[in-house]
Design a protein around this ligand. Structure first.
Ligand code: ADP
Ligand code: MG
Length: 731
């Protein structure tokens, strides 16, 4: 089995996605309800066993092996130190990294990602990564850093910026030179842990806006916290290498099926959209693992488009699959384990992001260098002015000395004093602008974080050594698990090699043993195939049902369009509608195309109450009354107006009509047709129709009846009794 290692080498290629599974403890309700634990976790071997609660013999166990597994006793710190710390270290070396938390609602995704920031031991991955990033920066030497963070949410296939003042505003995805990005997504520079924590709190508060039930929304939306760390050496030169590491921390929506039988209308649409990103994620994983298909459906959802690099691209990726231990969650837990098992086989190609074009750090460094040069220039000019002022003062005193002797002109002295005053003003303004420049430089420099200043600090050194030591222990532990897994894999083959046949009986014995083992394995595999097929069928049935519901809705819409929307309107709409490939949506083009510019109404010339022709103006000057003369008429183009009537909104269907429509849409098999009474209906209903001839409704009914009658007479005309040969039997 290929293993994932978080070495910070530049030569990394084809690393597998690392997958770990965490099982939460039974909660009080589950214990009180008497649910059994069906999950067994063996952290030392990285193995999870799950028993089918429907199997009375308790023998049908499914075994899964992962890079690491964490049971209900695991601490937040264990997971962080062993798995996440090395990954965040790579980000600080200039790699991209993504951490996904996947699993059913209530299995501990948010607990694993965020935990509780108030309690040190309960802190999750995100706040711990803040600590690691900023303490790394504080301890580094001769390096400058710029840390930025963004926080967004994907809810019902719409992207919302959680740090924006208006979090309900939708944002679009765009494709640039550096990959896919969210347009106008706010990003904040953070100088320390407190600042970045404040940003996260603000985002979390915004997450709850617009929903009555925060849990409901958080379990149906994907939240992505993004940290970008730019780094470069602090040499006073612009020719230096800048590296950028990006860390995406993703708390996915609950993986349980949102679309249960019976959902309709808006609820159905919502459920379909919620499922979309997760199904797309599953499809991308399958396509990547499968390897047969060169097309990977990244474009199918916003989540997969945005995190394209994390799945098969330039990123180190970790998936934490969260599961619950109780028997009633068996199906969901098994699905999560299978999903995670598949993700293990995705291969990424992470590399250090060196010298990116959009590095803000370089921009800042260059701006600071420019401001410093400007400051130096100002200082030089100021010095020149100061020396000039001194000479000016000397001149002034000289001239006042000379005045008594030579009776120098008073005017010259005034001029000199004036120039001196001007220079003084100039000097003070230069001083002021230099001060402004200095504060600007200070402000910009404060955004760049510089390490190495506290490095002499002894405790810091010790802390660093301790962390390195812990990391070593964690790596060793990981290697131990890997070795165990390898040993188990090799056990069968090793056994083959060791055994030497002394005689035929031994050989038979050995082969029987091997056969029994292989037979057991075969039974397991057969069972697995059956289970997977069952699950596949279940999923197919669910999708089929979803499709049927959507088809039904589509039919209704078509029926409404065909019968209630005037063909002209329909055609107009059809001409305006277009498909936006970027956002996978249909859109209506504006009524007035952008390239048609409506002519502006001419304005009256200055001091005139209304537009006046040149002739009119001349005539007024001459003195004749030009107001009503035929020549004083402006020739204007016909104005084309934009539409004034409102767009067609579509009718609100009355419940009665809705019921009728539904009846009409029912499957044919459901319709009962009483053939024997056709003649009777014909006579009675036509009478009624004739009676009510004057009313409009009767006319309509009459028309319906006529069609029905035509059909009915077709049947009866051929004979009062149904012809036997055609096999029509009246009910
Ligand atoms: P999710 O985000 O997957 O819907 P939560 O993170 O909200 O689930 O967890 C549901 C509940 O389970 C929370 O009350 C959380 O404190 C608890 N929980 C989850 N995982 C653990 C764990 N490993 N240890 C202790 N409590 C946990
Ligand atoms: Mg959650």
């Amino acid at each position: 089995m290929e293993k994932y290692t978080f070495q910070s080498s530049r030569e990394v290629s084809n690393e597998a996605v690392q997958v770990v599974v965490r099982c939460r403890p039974m909660n009080e309700r589950e214990t009180a309800d008497g649910h059994r634990r069906v999950v067994d976790v063996d952290p030392s071997r990285g193995v999870i066993e799950i028993t089918d609660p429907r199997d009375e013999t308790n023998t049908r166990k499914k075994v899964f092996t992962f890079d690491a597994v964490y049971d209900w006793n695991s601490q937040q710190e264990d997971l962080y130190e062993e798995i996440v710390r090395p990954l965040v270290s790579c980000v600080l070396d200039g790699f991209n990294a993504t951490i996904f938390a996947y699993g059913q609602t209530g299995t501990g995704k948010t607990y694993t990602m965020e935990g509780s920031r108030l309690n040190q031991t309960e802190k999750g991955i995100i706040p711990r990564s803040f600590d690691q990033i900023f303490s790394h920066i504080a301890r580094s030497s001769n390096m400058e850093y710029l840390v930025r963070s963004s926080y967004l949410e994907i809810y019902q296939e719409e992207i919302r910026d959680l740090l924006n003042k208006n979090p309900e505003k939708k944002h679009e995805l765009r494709e640039g030179a550096e990959g896919v990005y969210v347009q106008d997504l706010s990003s904040y520079i953070c100088r320390n842990v407190k600042e970045i924590e404040r940003i996260m709190t603000r985002g979390n508060q915004n997450r709850s806006i617009g929903t009555t039930n925060m849990n409901e929304r958080s379990s149906r939306s994907h939240a992505i916290f993004m940290i970008t760390v730019e780094m470069g050496p602090t040499v006073d030169s612009c020719q230096k290498m800048v590296k950028v590491g990006k860390l995406n921390l993703v708390d996915l929506a609950g993986s349980e099926k949102q679309c249960k039988t019976g959902t309709k209308g808006e609820r159905l649409k919502e459920a379909t959209k919620i499922n979309l990103s997760l199904s797309a994620l599953g499809n991308v994983i399958s396509a990547l693992v499968d390897g047969k298909n060169s097309h990977i459906p990244y474009r199918d959802s916003k989540l997969t488009r945005l995190l394209q690099d994390s799945l098969g691209g330039n990123s180190k990726t970790l998936m934490v699959a969260n599961i619950g231990p109780a028997s009633y969650n068996y199906d969901e837990t098994l699905t999560t384990l299978r999903y995670a098992n598949r993700a293990k086989n995705i291969k990424n190609q992470p590399r250090i992001n060196e010298d990116p074009k959009d590095a803000l750090l370089r921009e800042y460094q260059m701006e600071i260098a420019r401001l410093k040069a400007q400051l130096a220039e100002r200082a030089r000019q100021r010095d020149l002015l100061v020396s000039a002022e001194d000479t000016g003062k000397d001149d002034l005193s000289d001239s006042s000395d000379e005045m008594s002797d030579d009776q120098m002109d008073n005017k010259d002295t005034d001029n000199l004093a004036e120039t001196l005053e001007k220079k003084k003003v100039l000097l003070s303004s230069k001083k002021l602008s230099s001060k402004h420049l200095e504060s600007q430089i200070r402000e910009m420099e404060s955004r760049l974080l510089c390490g190495g200043k506290n490095i002499i600090d002894h405790t810091n050194e010790q802390q660093k050594a301790l962390e390195m030591h812990n990391q070593e222990i964690a790596e060793r532990k990981k290697k131990e698990v890997e070795m165990r897994q390898k040993l188990e894999e090799q056990a069968d083959t090793a056994y083959d090699i060791r055994v030497t046949y002394e005689n035929l009986v031994h050989e038979v014995e050995f082969k029987t043993l091997k056969l029994t083992k292989l037979f057991a394995k075969m039974t397991d595999v057969k069972q697995e195939i059956k289970d997977v097929a069952e699950e596949y069928n279940r999923e197919r049935r669910e999708l089929q049902m979803e499709q049927d519901l959507l088809l039904k809705e589509l039919k209704v819409k078509y029926l409404i369009i065909e019968n209630f929307i005037p063909p002209d309107e329909k055609n107009k709409l059809l001409q305006r509608i277009c498909y936006d490939r970027e956002n996978n949506t249909w859109e209506l083009l504006p009524l007035v195309p952008d390239n048609i510019v409506l002519e502006k109404r001419p304005v009256s010339s200055e001091n005139e109450r209304r537009p006046v022709s040149d002739y009119g103006r001349v005539a007024i000057k001459v003195g004749s009354c030009s107001r009503y003369q035929g020549e004083n008429i402006l020739s204007l183009d016909i104005e084309s107006h934009t539409r004034t009537t409102s767009d067609y909104q579509g009718p609100v269907v009355a419940p009665k009509i809705q019921a009728l429509l539904e009846e009409a849409l029912r499957d044919e098999g459901d319709l009962e047709f009483d053939a024997s009474s056709i003649n009777y209906h014909y006579s009675t209903k036509t009478k009624t129709a004739r009676k009510d001839k004057h009313t409009r409704s009767a006319k309509v009914r009459g028309r319906f009846l006529k069609t029905a009658l035509d059909q009915a007479t077709n049947v009866t005309v051929s004979g009062a009794v149904f012809p036997k040969a055609r096999g029509l039997v009246p009910k």
